[in-house]
Design a binder for this molecule. Structure first.
Ligand code: CP3
Length: 333
């Protein structure tokens, strides 16, 4: 079994495995040239292109895992929802989902299957020696986009809906959980060894709201997975034990040290949490930070080294290659 899959199952191997959230994408010149003239969602639904982009960071950096190139809104597009990803903005929807009748219309859309996604994952699994990680967006992060119709800072419209019309909220979240769950399931059937659920906006909620209005639906999405699961969000320091309770591995952002997390969630495999800001610091400073993250991670039964959020687009790719070489013991002194 690979180091990454072992770590996801709670076993510490001879070194920590390493991959980066958003390793496939804009930080790589070979990605930018391949993507020229193709929209983000067209690229996601082109099996050869999505597979190639997934494999680029493995070839370049030698990371221990390949996160499948796609987006959290890809399954919504496949289900026939009017969504686009605008460069520099993010997902934008034709019709924000606000009323009970909007939700009637929404839930009539089904995600049945996607031969394109299956084929893209299969190409990667056949060509790579490292595990492929599938992923999906958590129901709350998807619902926040659907209700706002576009990215928003405070998700006020989504938070208003959960209190003003709990029944509509339940229908929306159940639908989003099933869409993401089915998206995870087809990636697993095509050979993904691990899946990660991204709840990017969960940190904007109180603990009580998270537990009542969000957690049960994330659990429903993850119940589709038959391989080890990772659960990640940002700004989630207050809700880490709850997030950990529904997945095998807890993904941690850069705002809290891993040894502190290990006290909150004893015996939990952890993933994280190099602060992406250090990618822009001199190597000696970054190296010391990596050492500290690895040391703090020893408080957990196993540790997958990653960033505390995605790779920023303006990252020098050589810095990522150097981190991987250092962690794998290949760096020339
Ligand atoms: O990690 C990886 O390498 C796999 C690919 C991946 C993408 N999006 C590719 C992408 C993953 C895991 C995601 C998840 C995603 N997408 C999240 C959750 C993770 C997080 O960062 O919090 C969210 C919130 C989205 C929604 C989304 N899609 C945003 C906010 C954006 C950025 C818009 C912009 O231009 O600033 C996207 C677009 C997107 N998704 C890009 C990539 C490579 C950039 C599109 C491009 O190259 O034009």
């Amino acid at each position: 079994m690979s180091l990454l899959t072992e770590a996801a199952r709670g076993t510490r191997g001879k070194r920590v495995p390493v991959w980066f959230m958003r390793q496939a994408g804009r930080s790589l010149p070979e990605y930018r040239s391949l993507r020229e003239g193709t929209t983000m969602l067209e690229a996601c639904l082109n099996p050869e292109m999505a597979a190639e982009i997934t494999m680029q960071p493995v070839r370049r950096h030698g990371v221990d895992g390949a996160v499948f190139f796609s987006d959290i809104v890809t399954p919504l597009k496949i289900a026939g929802i009017d969504v686009d990803i605008k460069p520099g903005v993010g997902p934008v929807f034709g019709h924000p989902i606000r009323s009970s009748s909007d939700i009637d219309e929404l839930v009539a859309h089904e995600f049945i299957d996607s031969p394109e996604i299956r084929k893209a994952v299969e190409i990667c699994v056949n060509e790579l020696d490292v595990p492929v990680l599938g992923f999906g967006g958590a129901p709350f992060t998807l619902a926040a986009y659907l209700v706002e119709g576009k990215p928003s800072r405070d998700h006020l419209a989504a938070r208003a809906l959960m209190y003003s019309d709990p029944e509509s909220w339940d229908r929306l979240m159940t639908w989003a959980a099933d869409i993401t769950g089915q998206f995870l399931k087809i990636q697993i059937e095509a050979g993904a060894s691990i899946v990660q659920l991204f709840d990017s906006w969960a940190g904007s909620l109180s603990l009580a709201t998270y537990e009542e209005k969000v957690l049960p639906y994330s659990m429903r999405a993850l119940s589709y997975a038959t391989v080890p699961t990772i659960h990640f969000g940002t700004g989630t320091t207050r809700i880490l034990p709850q997030m950990a309770s529904i997945s095998d591995v807890l993904g941690v952002d850069y705002r809290i040290r891993l040894d502190e997390v290990a006290k909150l969630v004893p015996n939990k495999p952890l993933q994280g949490n190099i602060d992406p800001a250090f990618l822009f610091a001199p190597w000696e400073v970054l190296q010391k930070h990596i050492d500290e993250v690895i040391e703090a991670g020893k408080a957990a039964p196993s540790h997958i080294l990653n960033l505390g959020h995605g790779v920023p687009p303006n990252t020098d790719p050589d810095v990522l290659s150097r981190i991987v070489a250092y962690v794998q013991g290949r760096l020339e002194p």
